[in-house]
Each structure stands twice: as C-alpha cells, then as structure tokens.
Write a protein that binds this ligand. Structure first.
Ligand code: GLA
Length: 370
C-alpha cells in the first residue's frame, strides 16, 4: 500500500505493523469538521453550515478471518477487542462497535478486522473526533466488504450508532460533515431533507480555529439537558416533538411561560435564521455581515442557550479584539472546546499572535479557506 506523504496514514501503517506484526492491506480516513454557524439546530431538523477540516482520523486495517475486531489507537494507548454482534462495548471501542451494530441492523454482513488508528482531530474540542472515528470505521467496512452505501447513508448509519449504541442524542451535523463534503468544502445542510449546497468560500477569507483547551465531554449531561429542554418547548407549544421546532418563530418563544425555555427557544429560531443569512453573506462575499452573524451566534449560545463556558468566552473576546477579525464564535456542542473566527488571509499570522498573547492557554488548531 502506498500511503504517499500523508503522515496520519503512515503513522497508522507503522502502528499496524508494529502491533499486529504484518502489513495492513487497506486504509480509510475521515476528517474532523468545524461548524461555521448553526449550532444546536440539527436535532430540531433545522439548518447547519459546517466545513470539513484537513485534520483527519486515519485507519490502517486488514481482515483477520475471525468474527472479532481488534483495534489499537496511537492516541488512546490501549487496545479494544470485541465480537461482531457481541455484547455491548463500554470502552473507546464503542464507536467502532456502534458502527458495526448499525451496519448489521441495516442488513450488512461485516468482516472481522485488525485496525490501527492515528488521529490528529483533538478530542473534546468540538471538532467531531467521535464522528471522524465512526465515519473512518464505516468507510473501512464499506471498502473491505464492498458495501453499496452512499456517503449520506453512511452518515445516517453513523448517527444511528451514536444515538442508539453510544447513547448520545445528537443530530446529523457531525456525521454528515465528516462523511459528505470534501476537505475544505463548506456546506449548508437542511437537516430535515438532507438536501445540501456547497457554498464557495471567497478567495480572501480565512476561518481560523483556535482551541481553548478546555475540554467538553458529551457524556456529561449538558447536551442531553438541552435536548430535553427542546422536548419541553415542543410539548408546551403542542408541537410534535423536537422536529416540530424547525419552524419556531419569535412569537412562539413569547408564548412560553418558563423563562429558561424562552431563552432556549430564542436561540433556536434566531440561529436557524442566521444560517440562511450567512449563506447569502458568503455567496455575496460580505465578510462583515458573515462575521456579525458569527458573533451574534456566539452571544446567543452564551446567553440564551448557555452552552458556552468561561474559557471559550474569554478566547472569543481575544479573537474579536483583533482589528481585522470580522466575527468569532464557539463551535460545535459547546461547554468548552474551539472558537472559529473569520479574518482575511493576509492577517493570519498577526491574528494568531494577537490571540495567543491574550489567551496563552489556547492553541492554533486548523483553518479553512478556498
Ligand atoms: C454536537 C452534536 C451535533 C450538534 C452539535 C451542536 O457536535 O454531535 O449533532 O448538535 O453538537 O451544533
């Protein structure tokens, strides 16, 4: 196998050979993602606007002629072993076992594999490290078992793994963004129809992702609590579940007697509207407007949805205090993690220097541009 100059793949290859004592026959990869705008709108069937990152999770693998998966990861440092169709896996192998379970439920027959994983998608940072591992695993089985599954179907199977096996009530944002767009592509996705549109990033724009290095953890209850609050909003308004919130309007929020639910609802409808406005701003190369929408989104997540945290708030303040920064926001599930900012390409070095001087515990993570 020729892994070219991809260091992630060659590290996965090296790990495979040293761990299993033979050479891998195949490889697969999946990117992390940054969400440019539209957070916590996917599980209400709304709109999101992510881009696939050049940070990737790389798998080297081979059939092991058994009914078992043995996987090792350079990041985790411990192996996971499980039987296909066996009992529930509790360690980090749950992401692989969840994908295997979802594929099997959909009627596919899978091979047992030896797998070595190397990832440079940071965990707990809002850049979809879990979805990247799920999509890389799904691509591995699609390839080695010649399964006829489209990229969108693959994303849906990975979401099923995350919802019904791993047990996180997430929407489709992460698995879609890690499966469907090419690296560097920004897409607006309608989470109801799964129709999506690739939107060209204007040539002088640069989205820079800085990590606050304050970790979030979806196993903590914050994310689930928000999903439950959305269910409560739907009930109070007599709507049919989470998906009924897609068309929420300002006057619906006013009908809610609970002040917390009112704030949550205000985020949902304003954020959903911002995605459409951001698409138009990008299409017309209006960096000022796109940036304003990003900053409004951060304020909404901070004050109304309350899924930000001190570290990303301070980091966002540092980003926005740079004169050429058009706008800045926390990205992903929240409660920590990364902040994404829109600047002009020419300002990159000055921007990163300015931000890290103000927020030294941060680190540059990634960027997206045309
Ligand atoms: C996490 C979830 C996604 C989405 C985002 C917030 O990343 O996995 O489904 O809800 O949070 O936009």
């Amino acid at each position: 196998m020729n892994s070219g100059t991809d260091t992630g793949l060659s590290q996965a290859n090296t790990l495979f050979e040293s761990y299993f004592g033979y050479k891998a026959s195949h490889h697969s990869q999946a990117p992390g993602r940054v969400n440019l705008i539209g957070d916590h709108t996917d599980y209400i069937d709304g709109f999101v606007f992510p881009a696939a990152l050049s940070l990737k999770t790389s798998f080297s693998f081979a059939k092991n002629n058994s009914n078992q998966v043995t996987a090792v990861s350079s990041g985790v440092g411990s192996e996971t072993v499980f039987e296909l169709n066996g009992s529930q896996v509790e360690d980090w192998g749950k992401y692989l076992a969840g994908v295997a379970w979802a594929f099997t439920e959909a009627g596919h027959t899978l091979s047992g594999l030896d797998i070595a994983i190397h990832s440079n998608v940071p965990t707990g940072s809002g850049l979809s490290s879990s979805a990247a591992i799920e999509v890389a695993a799904a691509r591995a089985w699609r390839k080695i078992d010649n399964l006829d599954i489209s990229d969108v179907e693959l994303a849906l199977l990975c979401k099923k793994a995350e919802n019904d096996y791993v047990g996180i009530p997430c929407g489709i944002l992460d698995q879609f963004a890690c499966s469907v767009p090419d690296i560097g592509q920004a897409v607006v996705l309608d989470c109801k129809s799964l129709d999506y549109e690739v939107v060209s990033i204007p040539s002088e724009w640069l989205f820079v992702v800085i990590n606050s290095n304050a970790q979030h953890n979806h196993d903590d209850s914050g994310y689930e609590t928000r999903v439950k609050e959305c269910q409560a909003i739907a009930e109070a308004l007599g709507l049919e579940g989470l998906k009924g919130l897609r068309n929420l309007q300002a006057d619906d929020a006013a009908k809610l007697s609970d002040a917390t639910l009112q704030k949550r609802a205000r985020h949902l409808f304003s954020e959903n509207a911002r995605v459409e406005l951001a698409k138009t701003a990008m299409q017309s190369a209006d960096a000022k407007h796109f940036g304003e929408l990003m900053t409004e989104s951060h304020i909404s997540l901070r004050d109304d949805y309350q899924t930000s945290a001190d570290a990303p708030d301070e980091l966002m303040d540092a980003c926005i205090s740079f004169e050429g920064c058009h706008g800045s926001r926390i990205t992903g599930g929240g409660f920590g993690g990364c902040v994404v900012s829109l600047i002009n390409k020419k300002d990159k070095d000055a921007f990163v220097k300015h931000v890290l001087a103000q927020f030294p515990q941060g680190s540059y993570e990634a960027e997206v541009s045309a």
